[in-house]
Ligand binder design. Structure first.
Ligand code: S3P
Length: 171
C-alpha cells in the first residue's frame, strides 16, 4: 500500500497542530504549511485583522478556497485552522488530499495553552475556558466526522509526532 500524499492535521485551537506538524515534517523530510500563516501571507493581513475588518464569514470563504487547492499538493504536512473542518466541503477536500488526523486535548489543557492568546478572535473572551467548552461542544460532530484521532494531552510533542508518522506509514 502506498503512503498518503500529504498529512493534514485538524482539530481545535491549541491541540498542537502546528508544533506537532512541524516536527512530523522535519522527521519525514516534507515541507510544512500552516493554513492560517499561508492566508496571512497571501492577504497581507493577520487572521485577527481579517476577522475584525471583514468578519468570520469572509475568513471562512478564504479558507474554503484554499481547501480546493490542497488536493493537488504533494509531500506537505499541513496544520489547518481549527474551524476549517466545520464546512463538510472542506472536510471532503482535505480527505482527498491525504491522511487527515484530528488532534484533541481537554478544554482545560487548551485553555492553558491558548486561552490568553489575543490573536485567536473566537476565544478572545473574558472567560476563555467557558468559550472553549462551548465551541468544543458545538464542533464535536464535525471533529468526530474525521477519520483519525490523537489526544495530545497524554503525549509529548515527540510522541504525538511519532503517532502521526505511524498512521502515515500504515497508509
Ligand atoms: C479558528 C482557529 C484558528 C484560526 C481562526 C479560527 C477556529 O486557527 O483559523 O482564529 O475557528 O477554530 P488555530 O486552530 O491554528 O488556532
Amino acid at each position: 500500500m502506498s503512503t498518503p500524499k500529504n498529512i493534514i492535521l485538524c482539530g481545535f485551537m491549541g491541540t498542537g497542530k502546528s508544533t506537532v506538524g512541524r516536527l512530523v515534517a522535519t522527521r519525514i523530510g516534507w515541507r510544512f504549511v500552516d493554513t492560517d500563516r499561508l492566508i496571512e501571507r497571501r492577504t497581507g493581513r493577520t487572521i485577527k485583522t481579517i476577522f475584525a475588518e471583514e468578519g468570520e464569514a469572509a475568513f471562512r470563504a478564504i479558507e474554503a478556497k484554499l481547501c480546493t487547492e490542497i488536493p493537488v499538493w504533494r509531500d506537505v504536512v499541513i496544520a489547518t485552522g481549527g474551524g476549517i473542518v466545520l464546512n463538510p466541503v472542506n472536510r471532503a477536500n482535505l480527505c482527498r488530499a491525504g491522511l487527515v488526523v484530528c488532534l484533541e486535548a481537554p478544554a482545560e489543557e487548551i485553555n492553558a495553552r491558548v486561552g490568553h492568546s489575543s490573536d485567536r478572535p473566537l476565544i478572545a473572551a473574558e472567560d476563555p475556558l467557558t468559550r472553549i467548552q462551548r465551541l468544543l461542544e458545538e464542533r464535536a460532530e464535525a471533529y468526530g466526522a474525521l477519520p483519525n484521532h490523537i489526544n495530545t494531552a497524554g503525549y509529548t510533542i515527540e510522541e504525538a509526532a511519532e503517532r502521526v508518522i505511524a498512521l502515515w506509514k500504515a497508509g
